[in-house]
Design a binder for this molecule. Structure first.
Ligand code: SF4
Ligand code: SF4
Length: 222
């Protein structure tokens, strides 16, 4: 899932300076799960903004809606009859959702309410950790299912740097060294020979930006 967190309130408030009506649009997928931009967070932000404006003697009409997801046009179309009624839209989706919304309603200012952080997993309630950097050339088959690109802060592909100490990363004693984790997992899997394999320099050329993928079944139509 994509993990995000809400921007500081003052930053969001400053974005809509001068607006009298804003539509706050949540997203029902990843950012909802990580409690950053779902229906509840839309309600909280709307209330905070109304209150803050009121305290300054101003009135703000804050509309609220949460779409199934914002990275799909069919759901973005659901607000087509509403958007014109507002001075601006605040998107509580990840950066992809914000951009798609801004592209579809390009005559309306669209502001991001979240900072998008990483692709990760839920460790436990309220805690997420990064697991993938979407490098487009996955090496997990060789590393026992542990990603050296995302877990090692240096993204080292061929074993640890000289700083690994008692299984911890030299950059933070709080973090396990990715290559210690990989070693231990490969040992458990009986695949320690993998540790001797040398990865060639990573094919970052396949990690083109902006990325684009067309499913085989849809290539002819394209
Ligand atoms: S190697 Fe790591 S960053 Fe690349 S696709 Fe696999 S999990 Fe993601
Ligand atoms: S100590 Fe391990 S995780 Fe930390 S930078 Fe070095 S190799 Fe990467």
């Amino acid at each position: 899932m994509i993990v995000a967190e809400r921007k500081p309130f003052e930053e969001i408030k400053a974005m809509i300076e001068g607006c009298k009506k804003v539509l706050i649009v949540g997203c029902g997928e990843c950012v909802s799960v990580c409690m950053a931009g779902g229906e509840k967070e839309v309600q909280i932000l709307a209330s905070q903004l109304r209150l803050a404006f009121e305290e300054e003697g101003k009135k703000l009409e804050a509309g609220e809606t949460t779409l199934e997801r914002q990275c799909d046009k069919e759901y973005l179309e659901e607000i087509k009859d509403k958007v014109d009624d507002y001075d601006a839209v605040i998107s509580m989706a990840c950066g992809a959702g914000v951009q798609f919304l801004a592209e579809m309603y390009d005559s309306k200012p669209v502001y991001p309410a979240l900072n998008t952080q990483f692709i990760g997993v839920a460790e436990r309630e309220g805690e997420w950790s990064e697991r993938c950097r979407a490098c487009s050339d996955c090496v997990l088959a060789e590393t026992g299912g542990i990603c050296p690109v995302a877990i090692c802060p240096k993204g080292l592909l061929n074993g640890p740097c000289g700083g690994t100490n008692d299984g911890k990363c030299e950059l933070s004693k709080e973090k396990d060294c990715a290559w210690t984790l990989i070693y231990n997992r490969l040992d458990k899997l009986g695949k320690l020979d993998n540790i001797r394999k040398i990865f060639p320099a990573k094919k970052y050329s396949v990690q083109t930006t902006p990325g684009r993928r067309i499913h085989e079944a849809f290539k002819e139509k394209e």
